[in-house]
Design a protein around this ligand. Structure first.
Ligand code: ADP
Ligand code: ADP
Ligand code: ZN
Length: 221
């Protein structure tokens, strides 16, 4: 089953968490522009060093850079075969238009845009409790979603976790403000394309996923 999806929602809404569950059930490649930038920064590539200046301030990386990265990834064979879940992209209308063009150029279209809706006030606390497996990228939460065995990743068994530098409350507030401003026109854009599905993200992870799976079922018919 191939799905061409966008996961939308403010930082901390649960995009990565739901992506992990979609991937387990349907094996759809997860494309997170944030993860791609973080990997490039860790490897100190030229692109990573250029992106770091923006990311450290909670600002967006310029569109030319970001669109190029997504275009390359969307042309790879696993995506052509199994589809994609974009997470963290598009972030503005220019990126949305660039994506439409990339897809049209290769005779593809979006199946669904899943918008995970959570009040901003909930997100600062959620993000300050987030921790991530350094080996496989699985995401946990000290309060709402800890590993089953303390200190051991449920997915890959690793004991090596990290917290994101930009999950500190000071950076989170700026990231939220930037994202709230940019989200509204994107939601309208996809509403007009009749592909938007908004899901209440302020419930247990498994209940949110049930709604996500219902959406995927409905677009698969
Ligand atoms: P995003 O990818 O949208 O930034 P994540 O999936 O990383 O968000 O989730 C942010 C944090 O909130 C993580 O620590 C995650 O474990 C936790 N989380 C995700 N979904 C929920 C939920 N429905 N309820 C409570 N906590 C959640
Ligand atoms: P968030 O939890 O803020 O959604 P992400 O992991 O998606 O974080 O992104 C981390 C940072 O990477 C962003 O603050 C931004 O600087 C950069 N970034 C990620 N995706 C994009 C994008 N589509 N356009 C521009 N910058 C991006
Ligand atoms: Zn892991």
């Amino acid at each position: 089953m191939a799905f061409n999806l966008i996961l939308m929602g403010l930082p901390g809404a649960g995009k990565g968490t739901q992506a992990q569950k979609i991937d387990e059930k349907y094996q759809v490649p997860h494309i997170s522009t944030g993860d791609i930038f973080r990997e490039a920064m860790a490897n100190k590539t030229e692109m990573g060093l250029a992106a770091k200046a923006y990311i450290d301030k909670g600002e967006l990386v310029p569109d030319e850079v970001t669109n190029g990265i997504v275009r390359d990834r969307l042309s790879q064979q696993d995506v052509l075969t199994n589809g994609f879940m974009l997470d963290g992209y598009p972030r503005n209308l220019d990126q949305a238009a660039a994506l439409d063009k990339m897809l049209a150029d290769s005779d593809r279209h979006l199946d669904a845009v899943i918008n995970i809706d959570v009040e901003p006030s909930v997100l600062v606390d959620r993000l300050s409790a987030r921790y991530i497996c350094r080996v496989c990228g699985a995401t946990y939460n000290r309060i709402s979603n800890p590993t089953k065995v303390e200190g051991t990743c449920d997915v890959c068994g690793s004991h090596d976790f990290y917290q994101r530098d930009d999950d500190k409350p000071e950076t989170v507030k700026n990231r939220l403000a930037v994202n709230i401003k940019m989200n509204t026109p994107l939601v309208d854009y996809y509403k007009n394309q009749n592909v938007l599905h908004t899901i209440n993200g302020e419930r247990d992870i498994d209940l949110v996923f049930k709604d996500v799976a219902d959406v995927l079922q409905s677009v698969n018919d």
